[in-house]
Design a protein around this ligand. Structure first.
Ligand code: GLA
Length: 386
């Protein structure tokens, strides 16, 4: 199971003949806590997961980019001097990232290759960020660009914001570029500092896909973001990151009831995320689990981005064997929950929770037990022989 270098090389040789110059990989992510805080310049605590987007590529002498997209079983191509947005196919992520790197001032060279991945699409595991960061890694290899992960994450985010048209924050691209094996990263989304926090011993991170989907672009995401930004402006703050719970309580009268709840989520979630990182550093899994449960309640009741399926999954998970905590993860409205489970109970947990969720909702779930992996890298360098 899973994609590896030899699978990428095999596909490359089938489609192009010969071998690639480089094989690159960028992972999806799961966020342990700190949801809808990144665009408020707050704190997040995601980790890179084992599922990833892979590209095997060979440099070209011209400025054509030709890609065999495995998910579509077809070739796509474009010229770097004629970048135009056309539709929603995966190649738009390649073009968008090329455009964004160009905006950064980089001169890009063409390449040809294969693109494949096993991050489920639209599940809240950042398949699009993984794609953008993998593409940035591929261009960096083909064009001899210096690989600065934070700078590249920002370029990938600009592709998502301005080419794909989704107003996401920086979390997904940053963790895909900067992830650290065995660790989550506490990211300060104001200064973009990343602090590695080790995963607690003896527990597994279990991703529970509800099998339900809701696109980010047509969701209430942009609306929530706008409400946060206008409240910050109204309070004379740069971002909601600068608001304390006491200040919010004092000024509650200035906000309508819905906006008050939205803002309360952001402020309380920032505090929970910092506490969660501390708990992890102390190996206090109980506290981490409890904070995850509180985060879910806040997303469900105050931010209102959960769904019936997600609530059912979280409830069932919390009653499952060895579970310390569970919550929805990612933008919400569908997709995945994440649970923290005693390592020895994880297989039993996965089986029992899936069966009960299927029985209760009629939806088909998927379960991934995952470790934390490194961020984007060149997995095979056949040019320099590494
Ligand atoms: C999506 C966005 C992120 C973040 C989360 C919610 O994954 O891409 O930037 O805002 O939603 O925490």
């Amino acid at each position: 199971m899973g994609i590896d270098v030899s699978a990428v090389k095999r596909l490359f040789s089938e489609q192009l003949g010969g071998g690639p110059d480089w094989v690159v990989r960028a992972p999806g992510r799961v966020n342990l806590i700190g949801e809808h805080t990144d665009y408020n310049e707050g704190f997040v605590l995601p980790m890179a997961v084992e599922r990833a987007v892979w590209i095997g590529l060979r440099r070209r002498a011209d400025r054509w980019v030709r890609v065999y997209v495995s998910a579509e079983s077809r070739w796509r191509e474009f010229h770097l001097d004629a970048l135009r947005r056309e539709g929603n196919a995966p190649i738009e992520y390649v073009k968008g990232t090329a455009w964004s790197l160009g905006e950064e001032g980089f001169f890009l060279r063409g390449w040809e290759g294969v693109l494949l991945g096993d991050v489920p699409i639209g599940a809240g595991l950042s398949s699009s960020a993984a794609m953008e960061v993998a593409v940035a890694r591929a261009f960096a290899a083909a064009s001899d660009l210096p690989w600065d992960p934070v700078k590249m994450a920002l370029a990938a985010q600009r592709a998502e914001n301005r080419w794909v048209g989704v107003q996401c924050g920086i979390m997904d691209q940053l963790i895909s570029a900067c992830g650290k094996e065995g660790h989550a990263l506490l990211i300060d989304c104001r200064g973009l500092e990343c602090r590695p926090v080790p995963l607690p011993q003896g527990v597994k991170v279990v991703i529970l896909d509800t099998g339900t989907r809701r696109g980010l672009a047509d969701s209430a995401y942009n609306e929530r973001r706008k409400a946060c930004e206008s409240t910050a402006a109204r309070f004379g703050l740069k971002a909601l990151r600068d608001l304390s719970l006491d200040d919010l309580t004092a000024r509650a009268g200035e906000l309508d009831a819905v906006t008050f709840r939205r803002v309360r989520h952001v402020v309380s979630e920032n505090a929970r995320t910092l506490l969660a990182a501390q708990a992890m550093e102390k190996g206090d899994t109980e506290t981490l689990g409890r904070l995850m449960v509180e985060s879910h309640a806040s997303l469900r009741d105050d931010y209102e981005v959960s769904s019936e399926a997600l609530n059912a999954m979280v409830e069932i998970a919390l009653a499952g064997p060895g579970c310390y905590g569970a919550r929805m993860t990612g933008a919400g409205f569908g997709g995945c929950a994440v649970a923290l489970v005693e390592a020895g109970a994880a297989a039993d947990f996965a089986e029992k929770v899936s069966a009960e969720y299927r029985r209760r909702t009629g939806n088909q779930p998927a379960v991934y037990i995952t470790g934390a992996t490194a961020g984007a890298d060149v997995v095979a360098d056949c040019v320099s022989g590494a």
